[in-house]
Design a protein around this ligand. Sequence first.
Ligand SMILES: [Zn+2]
Length: 266
Amino acid sequence: MFIDTHCHIDSYERHAGESFDALLARLRDPATAASGLALPEAFIHVACDPADFDRARELSEKYPNVYAAYGIHPEYVDTETPEDEARMLEMLRHPKCVACGEFGLDYHYDPESRPRQVALFERHLQLALTSGKPIVLHLREADDDALAVLRSADLRGKNVHVHCFTGTPKFAEALLALDANIYIGFTGIITFKNAQNVRDAAALVPQDRLLLETDSPYMAPIPYRGKPCHSGHIPFIADKLAEVKGKPVEEIYRLCRENTRRCYGI
Ligand SMILES: [Zn+2]
């Protein structure tokens, strides 16, 4: 049993041209198991564009095993409004909402937006902390600034999922050293040939801090790389994580399921 702790179901539908219902039917088909795909027990659907908040609420109300997280991605640094933040806070009170996020820093594009991203990250972190919800962070190529913001916040006792980890082992160590319950999520990237840094980071993450996620529809694991990623791809990520940790894959599933319970309460 496993939960995909981070996926974007609506983006998958748009990107793959397959409805969530059709995907579920496909994953339930007995022939699917033979292909190595598997149906998750539950999904954490992440809405990080205010335009998608309503759809997230609908999905979480329609499917008992779809939970939602609401946040504003750093790519909206120049377009998000006080109304968006007010709606996010409202969504965070929904009974199927399990987290605030993803938000954070993404320095891969547009270097000029960095100072504005930092200011937004600081504000959203405070909003998230006030909400009392677990926090989902998107941190990409912004290690020093991310650590500076996180170190200056009071994260004691907070559950924080650093999602789709793509950094170095040193960055993972610095995150884990924060005074918070840091969980690190691994996606299909861990299977990529050129991602030895991610495997090295996974090797040093304690077993009680690992999470399985797809970030669907992005980052499909090998042998599906380049195709739309969906939650049924988790076994390929779990297998690689098992190899990296030198543990049976059943143990990885058991640990990650338990970690999901501790981090998200589901
Ligand atoms: Zn995401």
